[in-house]
Ligand binder design. Sequence first.
Ligand code: ADP
Ligand code: ZN
Ligand code: ZN
Length: 733
Amino acid sequence: MFAEVIVDILNSETDKVFDYIIPDNLNIKEGTRVLVPFGNRKIEGYVIKIKNSSSLTSDKLKEIIRPIDNFVAILPEMLKLKDFMIRRYNLRASDVLRLFIPAEMRTGKVKPIIRTFCKLNKDFDIESFALTLKKNAIKQMELILFLRENEVSDIALLNKEFGPQAVKKFINLGILQSYQEEVDRKPEIKLEEKEKFVHTPEQQRAINSINLQENNTYLLHGVTGSGKTEVYMTLIEKVLSEGKTAIMLVPEISLTPQIMYNFKNRFGENVALLHSGLSAGERYDEWRRLRNGKAKVAVGARSAIFAPLENVGIIIIDEEHDSSYSSESNPRYKTSEVADFRAKYNKCPLLLGSATPSIGSYYNTQIGLYKLLELPTRANGKEMPKIQIVDMLSEIRNGNMGIFSNILKGELINCMQEKKQAMLFLNRRGYTSFMMCRNCGYVAKCTDCDVSLVYHKYEEKLKCHYCGKRFKALTKCPECGSSEIKQGAIGTQRVVDELKSIFPGVKILRMDNDTTKTKNSHQKILEEFSHSHPAILVGTQMIAKGHDFPDVTLVGIIDADQSLYQSDYRSPERAFALITQVSGRAGRKDLEGKVILQTYNPRHYVYKFASNYNYKAFYDKEINLRETTKFPPFTTIVRILVSSEKEEIARSVIREVYNKLADVYNDFKDDFYYFNAMKAPVGKIKNKIRYQILMRFTKSKESDIMTKIYEVTDENKGAKVSIFVEIDPQNLS
Ligand code: ADP
Ligand code: ZN
Ligand code: ZN
């Protein structure tokens, strides 16, 4: 027999399938990882196909050396998924396969822990044997007594307790039978008793609406605190009771101990957790538990979509709008598309959940592609906290040039006097700053695309990331003539400093990329915050999700415009989601919560609808805008990024690709809204010069056009240049 093998060489241009001979004595299946001779090296590879004949003659073929694992690492489903991903994202096979198994496994650094166990041989007459023992054979007597009580033991333990001679003798005589078994390194999680709720009628309706026997995509739109997690867990329970398995994805940032406890409490050993906080060994073992069927529920961030489970009964993506579900570096893929593939393969439902669904997903419910399920009220019946919008322009007019409005300052003082807690939120993406007039609120936008321009400090230019147009940086407001131009964001440290001077003696904590670099620092800050009264926690996106602090009565959004004026057509939906999420931190339990939102554009529709928690009104407005401005979900945006250390190479390749694609452009002229080549907004990264072709065309023509694009880019791949194709990229810098 012959095997088609994909060899695992990082960053090489080799992405070919090689034929090898399977020696008769080896147990090799499709999906087995193997060691093969390659040139004069031995390297790892994946068997993707087994066949009766090869087009090469036997003297040209080499033999597989041996299988690497004693199990099939890549399931048949995953081999199919590989083909899908290669086609859809134009990826290299080895890059895709590498996603399917833990990194630890490939390098051979982490191996299963194999222990030797001893079992008492039931057929052996141990009592008669005991009578033959000499009086001074104390260890052996003790071992017999022990074996009467314990049928199975770890050999290491027996050796330690009764001495290796006694154990060895018992094995030789056939009293003990020894065998080897794999044991798991399990991440420690303390369990606690949790009461089960009676489902609210809304929850029950959502649960009943999901047909577990068919492949459909559902969107669960449930307000923050509506009990979506309970819906997920009930559905997973049902799936398990039918003997199937489940995959549950959450954004990495919401993989809080709380959600892990919840799942461990409900599903015990049945759940495997896959997250970045695990050690290499633990991650490997969790993966193994899924693969060998000991665990049936995979809970994790994006990459858990590749969990090695068979017979999947449901796939759930919580916070489906979160941008972390899109992989932005090689290999690029969209988690929801991979999930859709797996759900179809397994004929099971795909459930997307969110308090603020992405516009694209909600649109799909409107055109009948997804089924919409709704949880419009909170499980505890409480109202959402009130959001008050504060106009920062009028603060300036009244002489307050500080970070905090008078209203926010007043509320902070109240909150601290009552010994409660406050959270102040800032946007992480401060570094991509927009320019705004501090007198009238004017924001510099692209004349063609209606997205905010990004200020590139180094070149003193404003750039549009969607069409590449450049504008002079503002020195004067074109609307009102003021020269008070604001650029750049307020940093967390500055907020902390200011708070310390206003509230000496109050515990002020800061959580951002700088303060959470070391392991567990995240946890420590939150822990300290939960015990401090009064206290203020200042942070970025990290504090927006998942944490339950019953004594937080005040939430301040310091500079809401930072989210709204990102140069991205999605920034309104992101801002809406963020405001909703951040607001959910206030008044979680019995206390009333309040949210103060500071902005220079108080009448912006995003703020208006977000402050009423009116997602549907926001959606209606936004979808209309997208239709008029020809943005997704009505169009597809594609970027072809060419980078090289040599300027001439990058430029000649981009020109070549552009010229060849001109034919495609002409064929589909009416469907293109944009098609152009230019230097990328960030023209150089790590010494590589970056050029791009940007295009935007009708969604329905996507697969035709993509096929052509891949044809052209494949032809132009080379050693000194890299070409990436991105579909609806999250970031266009
Ligand atoms: P979501 O994920 O929709 O924001 P959660 O799942 O976090 O909401 O639930 C919010 C809170 O309501 C949690 O504390 C949860 O334990 C509680 N909860 C969920 N379902 C019920 C129910 N049926 N009755 C009472 N409390 C519930
Ligand atoms: Zn102005
Ligand atoms: Zn533009």
